[in-house]
Design a protein around this ligand. Structure first.
Ligand code: HQG
Length: 183
């Protein structure tokens, strides 16, 4: 499977497992799962046939491990990043003292005013290391990395979850916990 095809399949999966399942007539269950045969049938029906082997490669070779396959039940889901409402059914976890969020300068006034909000997604995404946050921010321009006082947030009762691919998720970050900018 060449790199281009891998990217196309990954984007197709992201689109339908995170954002627009209804576009191809599939239904995610409450935790975001869909049966693999159902997904493959729907993709073929909608003009984007995917071989099962391609799907498995796209899951296994994905640079950010965006998707999880449950071999026992033969289902697939996106590990995080949804805009459709899902309960990822992840246990609450104690985060490290600090986490990082990559963004761009033009969002800073709003972020300092109202904190980090999930915007189009179901949660705010935070990274354990600055480099990852830099890459996330750089999708939109010159990246700015915010340091989040996650340990303090957790002590104050905010619930954190860790996705299967290592992204920390929280409903929102109030402005008082946003510690610093760094580009
Ligand atoms: C910003 C990608 C104004 C926030 C990445 C961000 C990540 C605010 C944007 C994952 C704000 C939302 C998520 C506020 C937050 N006012 N702007 N109050 N609060 N923002 O894409 O974190 O390739 O939904 O800073 O690698 O950028 O898709 O979130 O810039 O892991 O797998 O609003 O998406 O992964 O943007 O990225 P996003 P994100 P995938």
């Amino acid at each position: 499977m060449d790199e281009q095809r891998l990217i196309r399949v990954s984007k197709y999966l992201s689109r339908h497992l995170r954002h627009r399942p209804e576009r191809i007539g599939i239904r995610l269950d409450e935790h975001g799962w869909v049966a693999v045969p159902e997904l493959l049938r729907a993709a073929a029906r909608h003009g984007f046939p995917i071989e099962r082997a391609e799907l498995e490669t796209a899951v296994a070779a994905n640079d950010k491990r965006r998707f999880a396959l449950d071999a026992r039940t033969d289902r697939i889901r996106a590990q995080q990043g949804h805009s459709v409402p899902v309960d990822l059914d992840l246990p609450p976890r104690e985060p490290p003292a600090f986490l990082f969020h990559g963004t761009v300068a033009r969002f800073l006034p709003a972020i300092h005013r109202e904190g980090l909000r999930p915007m189009g997604r179901h949660a705010v995404h935070l990274s354990t290391d600055r480099d990852t946050a830099l890459r996330v921010g750089a999708r939109r321009g010159r990246a700015v990395v915010l340091t989040i006082r996650s340990g303090e947030m957790h002590r104050d009762g905010h619930v954190f979850q860790l996705s299967g691919n290592g992204v920390w998720l929280v409903a929102a970050v109030p402005p008082g916990y946003v510690a610093g900018d760094r580009s």
